[in-house]
Write a protein of this length. Sequence first.
Length: 446
Amino acid sequence: MTAVEANFDGIIGPTHNYGGLSFGNMASDRNRGAVSAPRAAVLEGLKKAKQLAEAGLVQGVLPPQERPDTGFLRRAGFAGTDVQIIEAAAKSAPGLLRNVYSASPMWAANAATVSPSADTSDGRLHLTPANLVTTLHRSIEGPATQHALSRIFAGDRFAVHPPLPPQSTFADEGAANHVRLCADHGGPGVEIFVYGREASENWTGQFPARQSREACEAVARVHGLDPERCVFIRQGQAAIDAGAFHNDVVCVGTLKTLFFHELAFEDKAGAMAAIRAAAEGLFDPVFVEVPENEVPIGDAISSYLFNSQLLAMPGADRLMLNAPMETQETASTQSYCTRMTTGNGPIGTVNYVDVRQSMRNGGGPACLRLRVVLTPDELSAVNSSCLLTDNIYASLCGWAEQHYREALSVDDLADPALMQESRQALDALTGLLNLGPDFYPFQRRQ
Ligand code: SUG
Protein backbone atom coordinates (compact mmCIF):
# COMPACT_ATOMS: atom_id res chain seq x y z
CA MET A 1 0.00 0.00 0.00
CA THR A 2 1.32 3.44 -0.87
CA ALA A 3 0.40 6.74 0.78
CA VAL A 4 -3.28 7.67 0.93
CA GLU A 5 -5.08 10.96 1.14
CA ALA A 6 -7.20 10.61 4.27
CA ASN A 7 -10.03 12.98 5.11
CA PHE A 8 -10.54 14.00 8.72
CA ASP A 9 -13.98 15.55 9.13
CA GLY A 10 -14.83 17.91 11.95
CA ILE A 11 -17.65 16.47 14.05
CA ILE A 12 -20.27 19.22 14.19
CA GLY A 13 -20.60 20.30 17.80
CA PRO A 14 -23.78 20.33 19.94
CA THR A 15 -24.00 24.14 19.92
CA HIS A 16 -24.17 24.55 16.12
CA ASN A 17 -26.11 27.79 15.58
CA TYR A 18 -26.54 30.69 13.19
CA GLY A 19 -24.78 33.57 14.91
CA GLY A 20 -24.10 35.62 11.77
CA LEU A 21 -20.51 35.99 12.88
CA SER A 22 -18.55 35.92 9.63
CA PHE A 23 -18.48 39.22 7.76
CA GLY A 24 -17.84 38.54 4.06
CA ASN A 25 -19.34 35.05 4.27
CA MET A 26 -22.69 35.49 2.49
CA ALA A 27 -24.40 32.42 3.91
CA SER A 28 -23.47 33.29 7.51
CA ASP A 29 -24.84 36.77 6.97
CA ARG A 30 -28.05 35.60 5.31
CA ASN A 31 -28.90 33.10 8.02
CA ARG A 32 -28.09 35.21 11.07
CA GLY A 33 -30.65 34.43 13.76
CA ALA A 34 -32.21 31.41 11.98
CA VAL A 35 -33.03 28.34 14.09
CA SER A 36 -30.44 25.62 13.59
CA ALA A 37 -30.81 21.84 13.88
CA PRO A 38 -27.68 20.57 15.68
CA ARG A 39 -28.70 16.92 15.63
CA ALA A 40 -29.50 16.91 11.91
CA ALA A 41 -26.27 18.82 11.32
CA VAL A 42 -23.96 16.33 13.01
CA LEU A 43 -25.74 13.40 11.37
CA GLU A 44 -25.42 15.01 7.91
CA GLY A 45 -21.69 15.41 8.42
CA LEU A 46 -21.21 11.88 9.72
CA LYS A 47 -23.21 10.44 6.83
CA LYS A 48 -21.02 12.22 4.30
CA ALA A 49 -17.92 10.82 6.01
CA LYS A 50 -19.40 7.33 6.21
CA GLN A 51 -20.19 7.30 2.47
CA LEU A 52 -16.54 7.89 1.65
CA ALA A 53 -15.33 5.36 4.21
CA GLU A 54 -17.67 2.78 2.69
CA ALA A 55 -16.33 3.54 -0.76
CA GLY A 56 -12.88 2.56 0.51
CA LEU A 57 -11.26 5.90 1.43
CA VAL A 58 -9.49 6.42 4.74
CA GLN A 59 -11.79 8.62 6.79
CA GLY A 60 -11.13 10.11 10.19
CA VAL A 61 -12.92 12.49 12.51
CA LEU A 62 -11.81 15.46 14.60
CA PRO A 63 -13.60 16.24 17.89
CA PRO A 64 -15.57 19.45 18.43
CA GLN A 65 -14.04 22.01 20.78
CA GLU A 66 -15.44 22.97 24.16
CA ARG A 67 -18.24 25.50 23.68
CA PRO A 68 -19.18 27.74 25.32
CA ASP A 69 -15.56 28.72 25.96
CA THR A 70 -16.04 30.11 29.46
CA GLY A 71 -12.27 30.53 29.80
CA PHE A 72 -12.46 33.16 27.08
CA LEU A 73 -15.28 34.95 28.90
CA ARG A 74 -13.16 34.95 32.09
CA ARG A 75 -10.31 36.58 30.19
CA ALA A 76 -12.84 39.17 29.06
CA GLY A 77 -13.62 40.01 32.69
CA PHE A 78 -16.55 37.80 33.63
CA ALA A 79 -16.23 36.08 37.00
CA GLY A 80 -18.05 33.63 39.25
CA THR A 81 -19.17 30.10 38.46
CA ASP A 82 -19.52 29.07 34.84
CA VAL A 83 -23.31 29.30 35.15
CA GLN A 84 -23.04 32.83 36.54
CA ILE A 85 -20.69 33.76 33.74
CA ILE A 86 -23.13 32.57 31.07
CA GLU A 87 -26.01 34.41 32.74
CA ALA A 88 -24.03 37.63 33.05
CA ALA A 89 -22.72 37.49 29.48
CA ALA A 90 -26.23 36.77 28.16
CA LYS A 91 -27.41 39.94 29.85
CA SER A 92 -24.58 42.37 29.24
CA ALA A 93 -22.69 40.98 26.21
CA PRO A 94 -24.96 38.71 24.12
CA GLY A 95 -22.80 39.30 21.05
CA LEU A 96 -19.75 38.01 22.86
CA LEU A 97 -21.73 35.02 24.09
CA ARG A 98 -22.56 34.08 20.50
CA ASN A 99 -18.85 34.11 19.69
CA VAL A 100 -17.88 31.73 22.49
CA TYR A 101 -20.74 29.40 21.59
CA SER A 102 -19.89 28.98 17.90
CA ALA A 103 -19.38 25.41 16.70
CA SER A 104 -17.04 26.75 14.00
CA PRO A 105 -14.25 24.18 14.63
CA MET A 106 -16.47 21.85 12.56
CA TRP A 107 -14.86 23.38 9.44
CA ALA A 108 -11.77 21.24 9.56
CA ALA A 109 -10.32 22.71 6.36
CA ASN A 110 -9.51 25.68 8.58
CA ALA A 111 -8.00 23.57 11.36
CA ALA A 112 -4.47 23.49 9.98
CA THR A 113 -2.18 23.45 6.95
CA VAL A 114 -0.77 20.00 6.38
CA SER A 115 2.38 19.05 4.47
CA PRO A 116 2.93 15.35 3.79
CA SER A 117 6.26 13.82 4.73
CA ALA A 118 7.19 13.47 1.03
CA ASP A 119 7.44 17.29 0.80
CA THR A 120 9.30 18.18 4.00
CA SER A 121 13.04 18.45 4.64
CA ASP A 122 12.99 16.27 7.77
CA GLY A 123 10.67 13.59 6.35
CA ARG A 124 8.02 14.18 9.01
CA LEU A 125 4.38 15.06 8.38
CA HIS A 126 3.93 18.69 9.42
CA LEU A 127 0.73 20.32 10.68
CA THR A 128 0.36 24.01 11.57
CA PRO A 129 -2.96 24.92 13.20
CA ALA A 130 -4.52 28.06 11.74
CA ASN A 131 -4.66 31.12 13.99
CA LEU A 132 -7.90 32.35 12.35
CA VAL A 133 -7.29 35.85 13.70
CA THR A 134 -9.66 37.62 11.31
CA THR A 135 -12.87 36.67 13.12
CA LEU A 136 -13.34 36.75 16.87
CA HIS A 137 -15.23 33.47 17.17
CA ARG A 138 -12.63 31.59 15.15
CA SER A 139 -9.57 33.20 16.76
CA ILE A 140 -10.33 31.04 19.81
CA GLU A 141 -9.67 27.80 17.93
CA GLY A 142 -5.92 27.59 17.33
CA PRO A 143 -4.54 26.39 20.68
CA ALA A 144 -7.30 23.79 21.14
CA THR A 145 -6.71 22.56 17.59
CA GLN A 146 -3.02 22.15 18.37
CA HIS A 147 -3.95 20.14 21.46
CA ALA A 148 -6.36 17.89 19.52
CA LEU A 149 -3.96 17.30 16.63
CA SER A 150 -1.18 16.42 19.07
CA ARG A 151 -3.39 13.72 20.59
CA ILE A 152 -4.45 12.31 17.23
CA PHE A 153 -1.12 12.60 15.39
CA ALA A 154 1.17 11.69 18.27
CA GLY A 155 4.74 10.43 18.00
CA ASP A 156 7.96 11.13 16.11
CA ARG A 157 6.54 10.82 12.63
CA PHE A 158 4.43 13.93 13.11
CA ALA A 159 5.34 17.55 13.81
CA VAL A 160 2.37 19.46 15.22
CA HIS A 161 3.40 23.11 15.44
CA PRO A 162 1.84 25.97 17.38
CA PRO A 163 -0.31 28.37 15.33
CA LEU A 164 1.54 31.33 13.76
CA PRO A 165 1.74 34.44 15.98
CA PRO A 166 -1.86 35.68 16.42
CA GLN A 167 -1.59 38.97 14.59
CA SER A 168 -2.95 40.30 11.31
CA THR A 169 0.49 40.11 9.64
CA PHE A 170 0.27 36.34 9.99
CA ALA A 171 -3.47 35.95 9.40
CA ASP A 172 -3.82 32.27 8.55
CA GLU A 173 -6.90 30.18 7.72
CA GLY A 174 -5.18 26.85 7.14
CA ALA A 175 -5.79 24.32 4.40
CA ALA A 176 -8.72 26.26 2.95
CA ASN A 177 -6.09 28.40 1.22
CA HIS A 178 -3.68 25.60 0.38
CA VAL A 179 -3.75 23.03 -2.42
CA ARG A 180 -1.27 20.26 -3.02
CA LEU A 181 -0.81 18.80 -6.49
CA CYS A 182 1.28 15.71 -7.21
CA ALA A 183 1.67 12.72 -9.53
CA ASP A 184 0.76 10.38 -6.70
CA HIS A 185 0.07 11.15 -3.06
CA GLY A 186 3.22 9.48 -1.71
CA GLY A 187 5.62 11.27 -4.07
CA PRO A 188 6.82 14.86 -3.80
CA GLY A 189 4.25 17.48 -4.67
CA VAL A 190 3.75 21.15 -5.38
CA GLU A 191 2.25 23.11 -2.52
CA ILE A 192 0.13 26.04 -3.64
CA PHE A 193 -0.56 28.76 -1.09
CA VAL A 194 -3.25 31.32 -1.92
CA TYR A 195 -3.35 34.63 -0.08
CA GLY A 196 -5.71 37.59 -0.20
CA ARG A 197 -3.37 40.40 0.75
CA GLU A 198 0.17 41.31 1.77
CA ALA A 199 0.58 42.53 5.32
CA SER A 200 2.31 45.73 4.24
CA GLU A 201 -0.43 46.90 1.91
CA ASN A 202 -3.37 49.05 2.84
CA TRP A 203 -6.25 46.59 2.34
CA THR A 204 -9.24 48.46 1.00
CA GLY A 205 -11.44 45.54 -0.01
CA GLN A 206 -15.10 45.53 0.93
CA PHE A 207 -14.65 42.28 2.87
CA PRO A 208 -11.65 41.06 4.83
CA ALA A 209 -8.87 39.18 3.07
CA ARG A 210 -8.35 36.51 5.68
CA GLN A 211 -5.02 35.09 4.52
CA SER A 212 -1.79 37.06 4.30
CA ARG A 213 1.11 36.23 2.04
CA GLU A 214 3.40 36.43 5.07
CA ALA A 215 1.43 33.66 6.79
CA CYS A 216 1.75 31.43 3.73
CA GLU A 217 5.51 31.99 3.57
CA ALA A 218 5.88 31.33 7.28
CA VAL A 219 4.01 28.02 7.09
CA ALA A 220 6.17 26.92 4.15
CA ARG A 221 9.29 27.71 6.21
CA VAL A 222 7.98 26.03 9.36
CA HIS A 223 7.23 22.87 7.36
CA GLY A 224 10.67 22.82 5.71
CA LEU A 225 9.27 22.84 2.18
CA ASP A 226 11.46 23.09 -0.90
CA PRO A 227 11.02 26.70 -2.14
CA GLU A 228 11.23 25.46 -5.74
CA ARG A 229 8.11 23.36 -5.19
CA CYS A 230 6.05 26.10 -3.51
CA VAL A 231 3.82 28.58 -5.30
CA PHE A 232 2.33 31.70 -3.72
CA ILE A 233 -0.68 33.01 -5.59
CA ARG A 234 -2.85 36.04 -4.96
CA GLN A 235 -6.58 35.43 -4.71
CA GLY A 236 -8.76 37.40 -7.16
CA GLN A 237 -10.09 40.61 -5.66
CA ALA A 238 -13.32 40.02 -7.60
CA ALA A 239 -13.69 36.62 -5.94
CA ILE A 240 -13.25 38.05 -2.43
CA ASP A 241 -15.71 40.85 -3.22
CA ALA A 242 -18.24 38.29 -4.41
CA GLY A 243 -17.93 36.34 -1.14
CA ALA A 244 -15.01 33.93 -1.61
CA PHE A 245 -13.69 34.41 1.92
CA HIS A 246 -11.43 31.38 1.42
CA ASN A 247 -9.82 30.16 -1.79
CA ASP A 248 -11.56 26.79 -1.41
CA VAL A 249 -14.83 28.55 -2.25
CA VAL A 250 -13.57 28.99 -5.83
CA CYS A 251 -10.90 26.29 -6.28
CA VAL A 252 -10.12 22.68 -5.39
CA GLY A 253 -7.37 20.34 -6.53
CA THR A 254 -6.00 16.88 -6.11
CA LEU A 255 -3.31 14.79 -7.79
CA LYS A 256 -2.51 16.62 -11.06
CA THR A 257 -5.85 18.41 -11.41
CA LEU A 258 -6.72 21.94 -10.40
CA PHE A 259 -10.42 22.84 -10.75
CA PHE A 260 -11.06 26.56 -10.40
CA HIS A 261 -13.23 29.50 -11.37
CA GLU A 262 -11.99 31.96 -13.97
CA LEU A 263 -11.94 34.75 -11.35
CA ALA A 264 -10.27 32.74 -8.57
CA PHE A 265 -6.82 34.27 -9.03
CA GLU A 266 -5.73 37.86 -9.58
CA ASP A 267 -3.26 36.86 -12.30
CA LYS A 268 -4.54 33.60 -13.73
CA ALA A 269 -1.94 33.17 -16.45
CA GLY A 270 0.88 33.92 -14.00
CA ALA A 271 -0.56 31.45 -11.51
CA MET A 272 -0.78 28.66 -14.07
CA ALA A 273 2.75 29.34 -15.31
CA ALA A 274 4.10 29.30 -11.75
CA ILE A 275 2.40 25.99 -11.00
CA ARG A 276 3.74 24.47 -14.21
CA ALA A 277 7.26 25.64 -13.38
CA ALA A 278 7.10 24.26 -9.82
CA ALA A 279 5.83 20.91 -11.11
CA GLU A 280 8.56 20.54 -13.73
CA GLY A 281 10.11 17.10 -13.65
CA LEU A 282 7.30 15.77 -11.43
CA PHE A 283 4.10 15.99 -13.49
CA ASP A 284 2.15 18.11 -15.97
CA PRO A 285 -0.64 19.93 -14.14
CA VAL A 286 -4.14 19.61 -15.59
CA PHE A 287 -6.19 22.81 -15.34
CA VAL A 288 -9.97 22.71 -15.42
CA GLU A 289 -11.08 26.33 -15.56
CA VAL A 290 -14.76 27.19 -15.22
CA PRO A 291 -15.53 30.33 -17.25
CA GLU A 292 -17.56 33.18 -15.79
CA ASN A 293 -19.92 33.06 -18.77
CA GLU A 294 -20.86 29.46 -17.98
CA VAL A 295 -20.97 29.73 -14.17
CA PRO A 296 -21.17 33.33 -12.90
CA ILE A 297 -19.12 33.86 -9.75
CA GLY A 298 -22.32 34.55 -7.76
CA ASP A 299 -23.67 31.11 -8.67
CA ALA A 300 -20.32 29.48 -7.91
CA ILE A 301 -20.46 30.98 -4.43
CA SER A 302 -24.11 30.38 -3.59
CA SER A 303 -24.01 26.79 -4.92
CA TYR A 304 -20.50 26.08 -3.56
CA LEU A 305 -19.56 24.15 -6.70
CA PHE A 306 -15.86 24.41 -5.83
CA ASN A 307 -16.26 23.69 -2.13
CA SER A 308 -16.46 20.06 -3.11
CA GLN A 309 -14.15 17.21 -2.37
CA LEU A 310 -12.19 16.19 -5.45
CA LEU A 311 -11.41 12.54 -4.94
CA ALA A 312 -9.63 9.65 -6.58
CA MET A 313 -12.02 6.82 -5.76
CA PRO A 314 -10.72 3.26 -5.53
CA GLY A 315 -11.04 1.54 -8.89
CA ALA A 316 -12.17 4.64 -10.80
CA ASP A 317 -10.09 6.04 -13.63
CA ARG A 318 -11.49 9.58 -13.40
CA LEU A 319 -11.93 11.81 -10.36
CA MET A 320 -15.16 12.25 -8.42
CA LEU A 321 -16.47 15.60 -7.22
CA ASN A 322 -18.32 15.23 -3.92
CA ALA A 323 -20.45 18.35 -4.22
CA PRO A 324 -23.19 19.94 -2.13
CA MET A 325 -26.86 19.39 -3.16
CA GLU A 326 -27.06 23.12 -3.79
CA THR A 327 -24.85 22.58 -6.86
CA GLN A 328 -27.53 20.30 -8.31
CA GLU A 329 -30.22 22.84 -7.47
CA THR A 330 -28.50 25.77 -9.22
CA ALA A 331 -29.16 25.71 -12.97
CA SER A 332 -25.75 26.91 -14.18
CA THR A 333 -23.68 24.63 -11.94
CA GLN A 334 -25.89 21.64 -12.58
CA SER A 335 -25.60 21.95 -16.32
CA TYR A 336 -21.87 22.64 -16.04
CA CYS A 337 -21.45 19.41 -14.07
CA THR A 338 -23.43 17.44 -16.64
CA ARG A 339 -21.30 18.80 -19.48
CA MET A 340 -18.13 18.18 -17.53
CA THR A 341 -18.86 14.55 -16.70
CA THR A 342 -20.11 13.69 -20.17
CA GLY A 343 -16.94 15.17 -21.63
CA ASN A 344 -13.60 13.42 -21.34
CA GLY A 345 -11.80 15.62 -18.80
CA PRO A 346 -10.27 14.41 -15.54
CA ILE A 347 -13.49 14.72 -13.50
CA GLY A 348 -15.81 11.86 -14.42
CA THR A 349 -18.47 11.82 -11.70
CA VAL A 350 -20.33 14.24 -9.45
CA ASN A 351 -21.91 12.92 -6.26
CA TYR A 352 -24.29 15.30 -4.50
CA VAL A 353 -24.36 15.31 -0.71
CA ASP A 354 -26.67 16.95 1.80
CA VAL A 355 -24.78 19.11 4.29
CA ARG A 356 -27.37 21.88 4.37
CA GLN A 357 -26.97 22.72 8.03
CA SER A 358 -23.29 23.50 7.53
CA MET A 359 -23.92 25.15 4.15
CA ARG A 360 -26.18 27.71 5.83
CA ASN A 361 -23.10 28.94 7.66
CA GLY A 362 -20.94 28.88 4.53
CA GLY A 363 -19.39 25.46 5.00
CA GLY A 364 -19.62 22.90 2.19
CA PRO A 365 -18.27 19.33 1.92
CA ALA A 366 -14.69 20.59 1.47
CA CYS A 367 -14.85 22.90 4.51
CA LEU A 368 -15.81 20.00 6.71
CA ARG A 369 -12.67 17.99 6.06
CA LEU A 370 -8.94 18.27 6.61
CA ARG A 371 -6.88 16.28 4.15
CA VAL A 372 -3.91 14.41 5.53
CA VAL A 373 -1.70 12.35 3.21
CA LEU A 374 -0.43 9.39 5.22
CA THR A 375 2.09 6.66 4.45
CA PRO A 376 1.18 3.21 5.80
CA ASP A 377 3.52 3.73 8.79
CA GLU A 378 2.02 7.13 9.53
CA LEU A 379 -1.49 5.75 9.23
CA SER A 380 -0.72 3.07 11.78
CA ALA A 381 0.56 5.76 14.19
CA VAL A 382 -2.71 7.74 14.09
CA ASN A 383 -5.10 7.36 17.06
CA SER A 384 -7.18 4.57 15.53
CA SER A 385 -10.33 5.46 17.48
CA CYS A 386 -10.52 8.61 15.37
CA LEU A 387 -10.71 6.56 12.15
CA LEU A 388 -14.25 5.97 11.00
CA THR A 389 -15.24 2.29 11.07
CA ASP A 390 -18.79 0.89 11.01
CA ASN A 391 -18.65 0.61 14.79
CA ILE A 392 -17.39 4.11 15.44
CA TYR A 393 -19.96 5.49 13.00
CA ALA A 394 -22.78 3.66 14.78
CA SER A 395 -21.56 4.83 18.20
CA LEU A 396 -21.25 8.43 17.01
CA CYS A 397 -24.78 8.41 15.57
CA GLY A 398 -26.15 6.96 18.83
CA TRP A 399 -24.18 9.52 20.81
CA ALA A 400 -25.57 12.39 18.70
CA GLU A 401 -29.15 11.10 19.05
CA GLN A 402 -28.70 11.01 22.80
CA HIS A 403 -26.97 14.32 23.39
CA TYR A 404 -27.91 16.81 20.67
CA ARG A 405 -30.87 19.16 20.57
CA GLU A 406 -33.18 19.01 17.62
CA ALA A 407 -33.40 22.78 17.35
CA LEU A 408 -31.39 25.70 18.65
CA SER A 409 -32.04 29.41 18.42
CA VAL A 410 -29.59 32.17 19.22
CA ASP A 411 -31.74 33.05 22.27
CA ASP A 412 -31.24 29.53 23.63
CA LEU A 413 -27.54 30.32 24.15
CA ALA A 414 -28.51 32.26 27.26
CA ASP A 415 -29.69 29.05 28.93
CA PRO A 416 -26.89 27.55 31.08
CA ALA A 417 -28.50 24.11 30.64
CA LEU A 418 -27.10 24.14 27.09
CA MET A 419 -23.59 24.42 28.53
CA GLN A 420 -24.19 21.45 30.84
CA GLU A 421 -25.63 19.35 27.99
CA SER A 422 -22.71 20.17 25.75
CA ARG A 423 -20.22 19.17 28.41
CA GLN A 424 -22.00 15.88 28.97
CA ALA A 425 -21.87 15.22 25.24
CA LEU A 426 -18.16 16.06 24.98
CA ASP A 427 -17.32 14.06 28.08
CA ALA A 428 -18.95 10.98 26.52
CA LEU A 429 -17.16 11.65 23.23
CA THR A 430 -13.68 11.57 24.76
CA GLY A 431 -14.42 7.98 25.74
CA LEU A 432 -15.65 7.01 22.27
CA LEU A 433 -12.65 8.55 20.53
CA ASN A 434 -10.12 7.46 23.13
CA LEU A 435 -8.90 11.01 23.69
CA GLY A 436 -8.31 10.63 27.40
CA PRO A 437 -10.41 11.84 30.35
CA ASP A 438 -8.57 15.17 30.50
CA PHE A 439 -9.01 16.21 26.90
CA TYR A 440 -11.29 19.22 27.39
CA PRO A 441 -10.56 22.16 29.72
CA PHE A 442 -13.75 21.51 31.73
CA GLN A 443 -12.56 17.93 32.33
CA ARG A 444 -9.22 19.19 33.60
CA ARG A 445 -10.94 21.55 36.03
CA GLN A 446 -13.17 18.84 37.54
O1 SUG B 1 -15.10 30.83 8.73
N1 SUG B 1 -18.53 30.14 9.00
C1 SUG B 1 -17.22 29.71 8.63
C2 SUG B 1 -17.27 28.85 7.40
C3 SUG B 1 -15.95 28.22 7.11
C4 SUG B 1 -15.89 27.58 5.76
N2 SUG B 1 -14.62 26.99 5.56
C5 SUG B 1 -13.98 26.89 4.37
N3 SUG B 1 -14.33 27.59 3.34
N4 SUG B 1 -12.95 26.14 4.31
C6 SUG B 1 -16.30 30.92 8.41
O2 SUG B 1 -16.77 31.93 7.90
C7 SUG B 1 -20.18 31.17 10.50
C8 SUG B 1 -20.52 31.12 11.96
C9 SUG B 1 -21.76 31.89 12.31
O3 SUG B 1 -22.04 32.88 11.63
O4 SUG B 1 -22.43 31.49 13.28
C10 SUG B 1 -18.76 30.69 10.22
O5 SUG B 1 -17.90 30.81 11.05
